[in-house]
Design a binder for this molecule. Structure first.
Ligand SMILES: [Fe+2]
Ligand SMILES: [Fe+2]
Length: 251
């Protein structure tokens, strides 16, 4: 292949067809592997949250309204996991084993963490569910056809989790010095954890996802958009924006 035909190849290589589950087996190995990987990781992240906070926070959240909200958020996350596992079932893949996974074996580091304070729960909703929203946003218009049916409800619920987390952080900040300090510590912890969730910059696998129409942005593009969206929001709550180079696993 000479240089011009190589350029031509890259220009037209973006895959845009819609793949129905019944045609899945006709797809190349790479497409099948990437799709199963993507949906499995998403299912694992969806159930990973409840595994961190349900036992501890459902009956310890500050008010009965908050306890109900924690239980509802958990129910929605379990439903998101269920929907991802169903998308896998449609192509005859059973990954219900992730339900048994110990926390230390989760796909993404954020879900291996502890959540000792209420501010942690709030910051997790505000920052980590927001990364979840970005991850799901990647799938809008996916070449795997059934994803489009599941996404709108999931995305709407994620936005609700983020908004609740933000509101709880604002409450803590207004409650006085102790609340503010707790909120700041939680932001410091979860912001860099969130930045890491986007994965490594320059990942070659991400390019393959994009080429197969399974993701829309590179890890770094998504991370930069997240930074641009979230740093003004952290400041607006009245908290200090953490040093984003602190963790740096992703560089
Ligand atoms: Fe979710
Ligand atoms: Fe969520």
């Amino acid at each position: 292949m000479n240089r011009s035909s190589l350029l031509y190849f890259y220009d037209v290589a973006q895959f845009n067809d819609k793949v129905d589950p019944k045609d899945f087996l006709k797809m190349p190995d790479e497409y099948r592997d990437l799709l199963v990987r993507l949906l499995t990781i998403q299912a694992d992240c969806e159930i990973g949250g409840p595994h961190i906070y349900v036992d501890h926070w459902t009956l310890r959240a500050p008010t009965v309204d908050d306890q109900w909200r924690v239980a509802r958020i958990a129910a929605e996350e379990i439903d998101h996991c269920r929907k991802m596992l169903r998308l896998l079932k449609l192509i005859d893949v059973d990954r219900s084993d992730i339900l048994e996974r110990p926390r230390s074996k989760r796909e993404v580091d954020a879900f291996k963490e502890d959540m000792p304070t209420w501010a942690d729960f709030a910051a997790f909703g505000f920052l980590i569910d927001k990364v979840g929203e970005y991850q799901l946003d990647e799938m809008i218009g996916s070449t795997y056809a059934p994803i489009d049916d599941a996404l709108p409800v999931i995305l709407r619920e994620e936005k609700g989790h983020v908004a609740y987390g933000e509101q709880q952080l604002e409450k803590l900040v207004k409650s006085g010095d102790a609340g503010r300090a707790q909120a700041q510590a939680a932001i410091d912890k979860w912001y860099v954890t969130g930045l890491d969730m986007f994965g490594k910059s320059g990942s070659s696998r991400t390019e393959r996802y994009i080429e197969w129409g399974l993701k829309r942005r590179t890890n770094e593009e998504a991370r930069q958009q997240y930074i641009a969206e979230m740093e003004p929001k952290i400041a607006a709550i009245g908290l200090r924006v953490p040093d984003r180079l602190q963790g740096r696993k992703y560089l």
